[in-house]
Design a protein around this ligand. Structure first.
Ligand SMILES: C[S@@+](CC[C@H](N)C(=O)[O-])C[C@H]1O[C@@H](n2cnc3c(N)ncnc32)[C@H](O)[C@@H]1O
Length: 389
């Protein structure tokens, strides 16, 4: 394996900006989805707006390391740190970087990028501009003719209907849909990845060269699942998400308040479908109760069905073991759960099991090897001939 994507040192960075681990490209967080940039056909140039410590850099290049990548952040110290970090730990990973405001950079680079990844927020919340239609016009103008934007929208978790207003994801989608006719959306716990214009399976290609020699077995399969997520992602159309009628929460405090306001509805939905006498804690700690509640919620088409994947995976990122059985349950019940709702299975249940396995902050789970074997078969079944490693 070419080690240039990996570091021999036992590097781990975990901040509000980025999670980076020297031994893996993907860490089970939303920036993993930015790998779509390197899987889109005809991508030669890409830009990352909002760099943090560079968590998304190797993900963006995983499908094609020859992409010309530009990193932009308005924090000079982060740009300098990231440059030094990569020079020391990943010297084979190439990019150029610039300290600039994202909006100014876009206006100075019309028609420059085949893909722009947008990941702009801070410890206190969203910069105002991400909700302005003018910003998304600037993004579109900075793209090449068939270029695409891939956006990280943080906010409400997927089991709490993040596209229902008032929510930051709804507000970002609405601003984007003023510029593009449609967009794809990929849930990832408290984040939603939006891609505009919407993806079709034909837009995505296998990784270039033999990625199984460039990437570790686990990263290679994770990249395959991200491709499958992109190809399966549901589409939102202009006019399809309704008006908010009130301002979206955009500060961390206001977003948390909206999450807490919606939480009792989730608890009621889950406990009502678990078993008589089951409380929410029991529904999260006993596999049998989770199974019963999830099946009923899936049959009803309720977004609350994502409660177990999201909570199990969120716990794992904190090193908590109380839902350690999640991956084993998924592998045991794979075909039954998939038959209940194939989209939920790929976009939430399977993706969050892989996120649990990829986080460098959690445990090594006894079910990991089985999960990757089953994922490999799933990708081959989906027609990804390069997935068998
Ligand atoms: C969540 S971090 C990005 C994480 C990164 N994409 C990764 O993969 O690790 C958000 C970044 O946006 C940057 N940022 C916020 N407002 C900005 C602006 N107006 N222009 C450029 N960068 C901005 C912050 O400095 C911060 O580094």
């Amino acid at each position: 394996m070419d080690r240039s994507f990996y570091s021999r040192s036992s590097l781990i960075i975990n901040t509000i900006e980025s999670t980076i681990s020297g031994d893996r490209v993907f860490t089970g967080n939303q920036p993993d989805d930015f790998a779509l940039a390197g899987l889109l056909r005809n991508t030669k140039t890409a830009c990352l707006l909002g760099v943090g410590y560079g968590g998304a850099v190797r993900a963006m290049l995983a499908g094609d390391p020859s992409i010309e990548l530009t990193l932009v952040d308005n924090d000079a110290a982060l740009i300098e740190f990231t440059g030094n970090l990569f020079a020391r730990s990943f010297p084979g990973v190439a990019f150029t970087s610039e300290t600039a405001d994202a909006g100014s950079h876009l206006r100075e680079h019309p028609g420059c990028y085949d893909v722009i990844c947008v990941d702009l927020y801070s410890a206190v919340g969203y910069p105002r501009m991400v909700l302005d239609v003018g910003f998304w016009h600037d993004v579109r103008e900075a793209l090449t003719e068939n270029g695409r934007v891939v956006v990280n929208a943080w906010g409400l978790p997927e089991q709490l209907s993040p596209l229902a207003p008032p929510s930051p994801q709804h507000a970002v989608a609405q601003a984007m849909l003023a510029v593009w006719q449609d967009l794809s959306h990929l849930p990832c716990r408290r984040n939603t990845t939006f891609v505009a214009p919407a993806l079709t399976p034909a837009d995505l290609r296998p990784p270039v060269d033999d990625a199984s020699t460039r990437l570790s077995y686990e990263d290679h399969l994770t990249l395959g699942l991200i491709r499958l997520r992109g190809a399966s992602a549901p589409v939102l159309l202009r006019g399809g998400i309704g008006d908010a009628g009130q301002p979206a929460p955009t500060s961390r405090r206001a977003i948390d308040a909206e999450m807490h306001a919606r939480w009792p509805g989730l608890v009621e939905a889950v406990t009502g479908r678990a078993e008589a006498s089951a409380d929410f804690r029991a529904a999260l700690s006993e596999r049998k109760l989770t199974d019963a509640a999830t099946e009923r919620l899936l049959l009803e088409g309720s977004p609350a069905a994502s409660f177990a994947p999201c909570i199990a995976s969120a716990k794992a990122q904190l090193g908590e073991l109380s839902m350690a059985w999640y991956g084993e349950w998924l592998c045991d019940e794979w075909f039954r759960l998939k038959a209940l709702d194939p989209d939920w299975f790929r976009m939430s249940a399977l993706w969050q099991a892989v996120c649990m396995a990829r986080t460098p902050l959690g445990a090594v789970w006894p079910w990991e090897a089985r999960l990757y074997d089953m994922l490999s078969a799933e990708l081959l079944d989906a027609g990804f001939a390069d997935a068998g490693v």
